[in-house]
Design a protein around this ligand. Sequence first.
Ligand code: ADP
Ligand code: K
Ligand code: ZN
Length: 436
Amino acid sequence: PGFENRLHDPAEALSRDALAALQAARLREAVARASRVPFYRAALAKAGVSAEDVRCAGDVRRLPFTVKDDLRQSYPLGLLAVPREQVARIHGSSGTTGRPTFVAYTKTDLELWAGLVARFLVAGGLRPEHTVHVAFGYGLFTGGFGLHYGIERVGAAVVPAAGGNTPRQVRLIQDLSAEVLVCTPSYALHIGEVAEAEGLHPNDLPLRFGHFGGEPWTEEMRAAIERSLGILAFNNYGLSEVIGPGVAGECGVRDGMHVQEDHFLVECLDPETLEPVPDGEVGELVFTTLTKEAMPVLRYRTRDLASLDRRPCPCGRTGVRMGRIVGRSDDMLIIRGVNVFPSQIEEALLRVEGTAPHYLIEISRPGALDEAIVKVEVRPGDFSDEMRQMIELKDRIDREIHAVTGIRMAVELVAPGSLERSAGKARRVLDHRKAS
Ligand code: ADP
Ligand code: K
Ligand code: ZN
């Protein structure tokens, strides 16, 4: 697509046979490493498997699963497989300032991570002579630092702009002549809108490539971002429990994201039966880390729904391609890139006197960014004509929601009994965003 197809690492093009042999050897080591964690020692014993039983990559199916709740139960770092002094960095999963889950990295893990991010960046056109504007938040969230060190590994220049103040971001991109933009897809679209509002034409911006991830998006959205910023946009996928960004990313063909299979085993399973689904069919992605030291995960259930494509890719990379994430098998919402569960809103409301346990979260995307409104019923006795009291109540709810989820949502107080009641499962979410 107008640039040379270059590999950052020859391992991206290993033959499938060589890859299978490497995976088998690494899986055996991974199980041995995981056995140092009491949680996994018990789970492996229960499943009746040990490292010596692992003969091929397919033996992953004999291993026990890991779910998000296992990380919560072992808060803060109970799944650590190395002595604490070997931990070089700690990140957290986005969205839950109330009770985040932490993930840890050794020095070797950080080296690996930078290399994996470098792979998808190079696959999507990044070159050492480029300047990259990173508008991801820097912090516990894996996006900022994850991309940062990957860009440095390629040898390109990083502008660690972080989030916020979009007009300033636009100015920085122009003044520092960034060819590459890194952020969530919805923020990319927002940057485009702000640039346009300032009278800038896509050609006025130095940008040529964009690398976006952290939330679901569509082909239509890709087209809109490319038009508004005058760039080629690439999709990349990852999650903190597995390593962060760098689990999979697109090549120049842009028909699915190559999973970095020399470091992560991927399965696509029916979320009900946990049996593999055929290639091309949508299932839940489940990852096993093959090389991560500090916090290995066995068969981590992502709840992300996508399909796998094992047909060879013209780019020469041999890693299986995963399609776009088409949904989730749980009720997690991604609002402006942040993971939010409806139960977190409930938790916030429970801390506020004067609200009834009836609420509805309405999400829309009027412009480029997600907007969330939480409609909350006030308890009959507490519904007041007094403006001051109602404003105070609203402020308290607003603060609690922010404290629990880490993001701001608009709060709307509604009269007792005004939200629709259903006979079955209460409807807590109305998502007006069109499959994006
Ligand atoms: P991060 O800190 O990178 O956001 P989290 O662990 O907080 O990582 O969130 C990971 C989740 O974000 C994934 O499980 C998935 O639901 C979503 N996600 C990440 N990248 C993409 C992508 N390219 N497309 C769709 N969803 C994505
Ligand atoms: K996310
Ligand atoms: Zn490819």
